[in-house]
Design a protein around this ligand. Sequence first.
Ligand code: ZN
Ligand code: ZN
Ligand code: ZN
Length: 142
Amino acid sequence: MSGAEELLRSKGLRVTRPRLAVLDVLDGGGHLEVDEITRRVRERLDSVSTQAVYDVLGALSRAGLSRRIEPAGSPARYEARVGDNHHHVVCRGCGEIADVDCAVGSAPCLEPSVSHGFEVDEAEVTFWGLCPGCRARRSADV
Ligand SMILES: [Zn+2]
Ligand SMILES: [Zn+2]
Ligand SMILES: [Zn+2]
């Protein structure tokens, strides 16, 4: 049994070829849009509908096997790095996303100044800026 099969079973999920393929794609790292995930899954399986990929991503995210992020102005992206409360830095120029380890540790790493009686369990932090490529292009344009 592969590690991915064990992972699915440990979360009470049925092992299916699309689920294994999506996990394999996400395992390659990065923050991937559904279109990109679908394209790569189709390289592994003969025919998989985009809807099937959405369904798999939903099941994996609910089970805590993948994480969905959606920076403002960008389509949803999925990654396999879960459970470590890391944050993201997003490029305003090209939309590139990189991981940023949490400087504080466990969630919620930031305490709200006012909690309004909520029990807060997560602070979703997104840093915005320009990636090295966009900075180089920008200084070349001037
Ligand atoms: Zn950029
Ligand atoms: Zn990430
Ligand atoms: Zn943090």
